[in-house]
Ligand binder design. Structure first.
Ligand SMILES: Cc1cc2nc3c(=O)[nH]c(=O)nc-3n(C[C@H](O)[C@H](O)[C@H](O)COP(=O)(O)O)c2cc1C
Length: 159
């Protein structure tokens, strides 16, 4: 049995959004094909995570070193770990998100800030940073309005 985390970073309704339709089609198909897997859904627009901030940064750094945390840092670390634990525990992770302004929506960026933890997600080596969660599989379900090639952006041809 695999544990699969579905991360939805799209605030739009099913009838409005290509990407949300893709998310549900993938989720339904996955569940039918893998009935014994444990699926966890995380809707980042319902979650409304606060931006990653200095109390979280300092708290997580102290946690790494085993130093004593202030009350505010304990709460902040608890908030980060509640997001980080299912990410680390998942065998597979599916991200669904639209392209917004050539990148991901801010809610997904904040999620990435929470889970990109040194000593847990990656570590530094003399050769540079190395990932520590390499056995996971990830799928990206992304929709975008523009047409992109490996070269410069190509404009959509309007009728
Ligand atoms: C705020 C905003 C910014 C967007 N920025 C881009 C962009 O930079 N490039 C692009 O190709 N499409 C862009 N789009 C279009 C979406 O990627 C497109 O609608 C896609 O289908 C994802 O939206 P969906 O939730 O409707 O599926 C943008 C849409 C919105 C609402």
């Amino acid at each position: 049995m695999n544990q699969v985390l579905f991360v939805k970073a799209n605030c739009r309704s099913l009838d409005q959004s290509v990407n949300v339709k893709l998310y549900h089609a993938f989720l339904d198909t996955y569940r039918k094909a893998n009935p014994s897997d444990r699926v966890i859904e995380l809707d980042l627009y319902q979650e409304e995570l606060p931006y990653y901030n200095d109390v979280m940064l300092n708290g997580m750094a102290k946690r790494r070193k085993g130093s004593e945390l202030s009350l505010a840092e304990k709460e902040a670390v608890g908030r980060v770990m509640r997001i980080l634990d299912p990410f680390v525990a998942a065998d597979k992770i599916v991200f669904a998100f639209p392209m917004w302004n050539l990148t991901v929506p801010a809610a997904l960026h904040t999620y990435i800030d929470y889970v990109s933890q040194p000593g847990i997600a990656y570590r530094y080596t003399p050769e540079g940073p190395v990932g520590m969660l390499g056995s996971k599989k990830a799928a990206l379900l992304n929709a975008r309005g523009g047409v992109y090639s490996s070269g410069p952006r190509r404009s959509r041809k309007w009728p």
